[in-house]
Design a protein around this ligand. Structure first.
Ligand code: E4P
Length: 216
C-alpha cells in the first residue's frame, strides 16, 4: 500500500519524506486554509519541489468549464500535480475532459461505491472515499472501500483507491488488510504508526540488561 500524507504543511511533508516511506501528498481547500493560504499555486509548487511523488491539488470552481480551466492551470504547475475534482455531475464531466487530455484526476468526496464507479468510468486516475466522515454517520467507511475495491477489480479499472479522511492507525491497518492501493494519512497519525508501548518497554529492558552485564 502506498502512503500519502494529507497536509499542506511544508515542514510535515519534509519530515514525512525524510522517513523514506512517502509516496504522495493530498491537499484540499480546508488544509490550505489551515496554513493561511488563499491562492494555492505557490504552495503546490513548493510541495512539488520537496517531492516528485503525486501531489493532489483541489479545484475551487464548481461549474464544469471553470473546473477544467482551473485543472489545466493546476496541472501546469509541476509534472506531478494531480487535479482533485469533487464528485458532482459537473465534476464527472470535467474529469472526462481532463483525463482525456492526459491529466491525472483524483475524484474526491466519495461516500458510496457507485460514486466511485462513476468516477472510474469518467477516467479518474484516483478515487478518494472518506472513511472517517463515513464512520461519523454510522456507516463503516472501510466496508465502502472494500466494495469499491471489488468493483475496480471486477471491471479491471486502473483507477487507484485512496483511503482518505483517516483518523487513526486502525484505519491504516484496515486499509492495508482489504488491499487499498493508497492511504492518505494526517501527519499525527503517520507518527503514531511506528510506535507501540511494548516496543519502548522491550527496548528499555534490552538496553538495561546490556548495561548491567557491561558494568561487570
Ligand atoms: C484527502 O484527500 C481528503 O480531502 C481528506 O482526507 C479529508 O479528511 P477530513 O475528513 O479529516 O477533512
Amino acid at each position: 500500500m502506498k502512503f500519502f500524507i494529507d497536509t499542506a504543511n511544508l515542514e510535515q511533508i519534509r519530515e514525512a519524506a525524510g522517513f523514506g516511506i512517502l509516496d504522495g501528498v493530498t491537499t484540499n481547500p480546508s488544509l490550505m486554509a489551515k496554513e493561511g493560504i488563499i491562492e494555492q499555486s505557490t504552495r503546490i509548487k513548493e510541495i512539488c519541489a520537496i517531492t516528485p511523488t503525486p501531489v493532489s491539488a483541489e479545484v475551487l470552481a464548481t461549474d464544469t468549464e471553470p473546473m477544467i480551466e482551473e485543472g489545466i492551470k493546476l496541472s501546469g504547475l509541476a509534472p506531478n500535480v494531480v487535479v482533485k475534482i469533487p464528485m458532482t455531475i459537473n465534476g464527472l464531466l470535467a474529469t472526462k475532459v481532463l483525463s482525456g487530455r492526459g491529466i491525472k484526476v483524483n475524484v474526491t468526496l466519495i461516500f458510496s461505491a457507485v460514486q466511485a464507479l462513476l468516477a472510474a468510468k469518467a477516467g479518474a486516475a484516483y478515487v478518494s472515499p472518506f472513511v472517517g466522515r463515513l464512520d461519523d454517520t454510522g456507516v463503516n467507511g472501510l466496508q465502502v472501500v472494500e466494495e469499491i475495491l471489488t468493483i475496480m477489480d471486477n471491471y479491471d479499472f486502473e483507477t487507484e483507491v485512496i483511503v482518505a479522511s483517516v483518523r487513526h492507525t486502525q484505519h491504516v491497518a484496515g486499509a492495508a488488510i482489504i488491499g487499498a492501493d493508497i492511504c492518505t494519512i494526517p501527519f499525527a497519525v503517520i507518527k503514531q504508526l511506528s510506535g507501540h508501548p511494548l516496543t519502548d518497554k522491550g527496548l528499555a529492558a534490552f538496553l538495561a540488561d546490556h548495561a548491567k552485564i557491561a558494568a561487570h
